[in-house]
Design a protein around this ligand. Structure first.
Ligand SMILES: NC(=O)C1=CN([C@@H]2O[C@H](COP(=O)(O)OP(=O)(O)OC[C@H]3O[C@@H](n4cnc5c(N)ncnc54)[C@H](OP(=O)(O)O)[C@@H]3O)[C@@H](O)[C@H]2O)[C@@H](O)CC1
Ligand SMILES: Nc1ncnc2c1ncn2[C@@H]1O[C@H](COP(=O)(O)OP(=O)(O)O)[C@@H](O)[C@H]1O
Ligand SMILES: [K+]
Length: 500
């Protein structure tokens, strides 16, 4: 599913209009698409209130109400704030009336099984005015199922801001593509299950939700005449005498994800702990004062940071590594405010919001509601890939494109989860030809492991070393699906609804 800002939607509309595909037509497409998306959830016995506001979001509601009535559903079209004010919505209301239908009064006592929210869409300016907040409060106290048109009334399109009176939708049908607010906080908590509804416009967005189908399509081929060299040798610079586990978890992530060979560059005390847990890896004694030469010839990729305290020696070591022609993942102790040299091999940064705040100099509190834009701005300015972690991890690329991940859950909110992801990313940068797919698949599969965990176990109980057991199962399902292309394995969120 593609993601569009309000500005991009306006541009798409203007482009369509220049070819004669005007707003009236797009509104017709929106209403008929909404009807086709909603009807499978309805019964003919259900009573449905379509609440329309004065703008074009209300116009979409008018068209939806016409299709519902034409198809024999018990639908009332209601204008709680007064009649439509935009030209196209008013035209659609005239057509609604010409079909022999009338608007219904807003009766607060009447019971409805469903409420369609066509009050405000991406034209919202927060906060909600009192007369509207009174209507959204009424909706939130009903027992009815709520289906929002485009966005639930009370959130904006592009940011995570939400009015305290925002409608709590059970479903949201977003027109043309998803809006950033459906993947930001706190706004996304109001959307319910979310799906994009096409309105006949071509897709042009550089941002999308990375789906199960994308993973299956892009899994690298591993059969045939292959050997360990085929899948690269990775260098993991991680762990310290105080934090040996981070290196072990990253090493498990890398080995289970499919790297050919792994060298772990760590302190000698840590090595004794890690080697018993990951005997498959080789170990290099860490000395940051020595330059590691010819890394590009020896290794297919490097990951630096889990379980290392930042200091000057580490920083100068990172500067040395960045001069070498190979992909680099920087995490945890390796994440800092710094400039990145121009290089052809990619740099992948994996901050959680606290680390991103430190790197970018943006207060942590401002990050949640604007993650897509902030990560993208950083990626473009510094020429790096930013994996901004958390629920709905954002992957922003230097060319301005990006993906959002919808797998994963709160079972990952525990020390060690990020270390495993760093190892998985190291494996993928060593084994994939396409860096965007390498990053997105590691993030997706990491979350899918957590989704598998909570199907069988309590969400508080996941520990990162369980990835050793979860990864083989998830990878098996994906590989089976890839062989049997077109058949979804049902691991997480496919291209249907984003479940909450
Ligand atoms: N390509 C597409 O995707 C297409 C999308 N389409 C649809 O158009 C929608 C966007 O329509 P839009 O631009 O008319 O804005 P919309 O969301 O109806 O809001 C404007 C109204 O809200 C009011 N209002 C605003 N803030 C308020 C507040 N705080 N409190 C109270 N009122 C407030 C504002 O009143 P005003 O402030 O102007 O008095 C005005 O009346 C989009 O979401 C999608 O559903 C299709 O129809 C066509 C193709
Ligand atoms: N509520 C959540 N939903 C989905 N993913 C989550 C959630 N909380 C944390 N995660 C994921 O867990 C990982 C945590 O990484 P991080 O904070 O670096 O942990 P650590 O450094 O302790 O290993 C990230 O991949 C993040 O996206
Ligand atoms: K709405």
């Amino acid at each position: 599913m593609q993601i569009y800002t309000s500005k991009e939607i306006k541009e798409a509309d203007a482009n369509a209009a220049s070819f004669g595909m005007d707003t009236f037509t797009l509104m017709e497409n929106a209403g008929s698409g909404l009807y086709r998306a909603l009807a499978p959830l309805l019964s003919k016995r259900d009573t449905i209130a379509v609440l329309s506001g004065k703008g074009n979001n209300g116009g979409d509601g008018i068209v939806l109400a016409r299709y519902l009535k034409l198809n024999g559903y018990k639908a009332d079209l209601i204008f709680p704030l007064g009649p439509p004010q935009t030209k196209e919505a008013a035209q659609h209301f005239s057509y609604f009336q010409s079909c022999g239908f009338e608007a219904a009064p807003f009766d607060r006592e009447k019971h409805y099984d469903w409420i369609a929210d066509g009050l405000l869409g991406v034209g919202t300016r927060l906060p909600l005015r009192d007369d509207l907040a009174e209507v959204t409060d009424w909706i939130n106290t009903r027992k009815a199922k709520v289906a929002a048109i485009d966005v639930p009334t009370g959130v904006a399109g592009d940011t995570g801001d939400a009015d305290p009176h925002t409608i709590h939708a059970d479903y949201t049908f977003s027109l043309h593509g998803l809006k950033p607010s459906s993947l930001l906080f706190p706004s996304s908590t109001y959307f319910g299950e979310t799906k994009a509804v096409g309105i006949g416009l071509p897709h042009t967005s550089k941002w999308k939700v990375w789906s199960e189908e994308d993973v299956i399509r892009s899994l690298p081929e591993r059969s045939g005449n292959v050997h360990k060299g085929t899948f690269g040798t990775g260098l993991l610079v991680a762990g310290s005498d105080d934090m040996p586990g981070s290196a072990a978890l990253a090493a498990i992530g890398a080995m289970r994800m499919g790297i050919g060979k792994l060298s772990v560059f760590t302190e000698s005390g840590a090595r004794n702990v890690i080697a018993t847990l990951v005997p498959e890896a080789t170990y290099l004694k860490r000395d940051f004062s020595k330059r590691l030469n010819d890394l590009g010839q020896k290794f297919a990729g490097v990951a630096i940071g889990p379980g290392i305290e930042p200091d000057e020696q580490l920083e100068s070591f990172i500067h040395g590594v960045l001069k070498e022609p190979l992909p680099v993942v920087l995490d945890a102790g390796a994440l800092h405010k710094r400039a990145y040299p121009k290089r052809t091999a990619p740099v992948v940064l994996t901050p959680h919001p606290g680390e991103f705040s430190r790197m970018a100099g943006i207060p942590t509190g401002q990050i949640a509601s604007d993650r897509l834009r902030l990560a993208s701005a950083y990626a473009q300015e510094h020429g790096v890939i930013v994996v901004l972690k958390g629920q709905y991890t954002v992957m922003a690329f230097p060319d301005g494109s990006g993906y959002v991940n919808t797998t994963g859950n709160s079972s990952l909110a525990k020390g060690g989860s990020g270390d495993t992801l760093t190892g998985m990313l190291l494996a993928n940068i060593c084994t994939y030809a396409n860096i965007k797919e390498a990053v997105a698949n590691a993030v997706y599969i990491h979350g899918a492991c957590a989704d598998l965990w909570i199907r069988e176990n309590g969400s508080a109980t996941l520990t990162a070393h369980e990835f050793s057991r979860l990864l083989p199962k998830v990878m098996h399902q994906l590989e089976t699906a890839a062989k049997d292309a077109g058949k979804a394995p049902g691991l997480g969120n496919g291209d249907r609804f984003i479940k909450r």
